[in-house]
Design a protein around this ligand. Structure first.
Ligand code: MG
Length: 237
């Protein structure tokens, strides 16, 4: 799969739980749930949702790091990454979650060197935070914090691996999707080529389903911003 680029979601895909939801449950004023419902209803994008929700969090850096160190990942994820990189694919974790948390959680599970494209926490005072969106796009159809379409290269065939609402836009432009949960239902309803999965242990066998000869289905990607984005890809190496 030397010409394939893999865009892999983090929360609910590599992990079983959603890291930001768990942070909000532990450390935020309960009004975060009303904001979540606005996002789920499609009234606001995740960029506005996350900005408002993270402003409700009161946690010290030690408390956040302590929480990140409790998050488990799919135990077969590290071997899958080694497998597909060994086959020549490129692989990025592209998430509407928190970059620092993802980096910490993956490193604890011996997954390193993967580019991570996600939102960034910035400390406001000793227990207050805001969230920045280095991969947002004003043109994003979903008004997401991280516009996954913008971050996806157009010169390679694209495999999306994901589970939910933040993956739906980029799944529509991918060449193939490995989908869990709500993303699988979305692909089913919209005729998007996909295979349903529950665990990364299933994925090496599912690679045989990937189409061989189609050209990259990426005409809607923003190629002007792609070059700028690629400059940041290896900042976690
Ligand atoms: Mg997800």
């Amino acid at each position: 799969m030397i010409d394939w680029h893999i865009v892999c979601d983090f929360d609910g895909t590599i992990t079983r739980t959603d890291v930001i939801d768990s942070i909000l449950q532990r450390f935020a004023d309960p009004s975060w749930e009303a904001i979540e419902n606005e996002w789920l209803a499609g009234d606001i994008g995740s960029r506005e949702c996350l900005s408002r929700q993270l402003a409700l969090v009161k946690a010290t850096p030690a408390e956040l790091l302590g929480f990140f160190d409790t998050v488990e990942i799919d135990p077969d994820f590290p071997d899958f990454v080694d497998h597909v990189i060994g086959l020549g694919a490129s692989f990025e974790v592209v998430s509407d979650g928190i970059e620092q948390g993802i980096a910490r959680i993956l490193a604890r599970h011996y997954v390193s060197l993967l580019p991570i494209l996600a939102n960034r926490l910035r400390q406001v005072d000793h227990q207050r935070w805001r969230i920045d969106f280095p991969h947002a796009s004003d043109a994003c159809r979903a008004a997401s914090g991280n516009c996954k379409c913008k971050s996806t290269p157009s010169a390679q065939r694209v495999l999306v691996i994901g589970d939910g609402q933040s993956d739906m836009c980029v799944a529509a432009t991918a060449d193939f999707v490995f989908a869990k949960d709500r993303l699988a239902e979305h692909c089913e309803r919209n005729g998007i080529p996909h295979a349903r999965f529950d665990s990364f242990a299933e994925l090496p066998a599912l690679l045989a389903l990937l189409p061989n000869a189609s050209a990259a289905n990426a005409t809607s990607f923003n190629t002007e911003t792609f070059n700028a984005e690629t400059q940041e890809l290896f900042h976690h190496v």
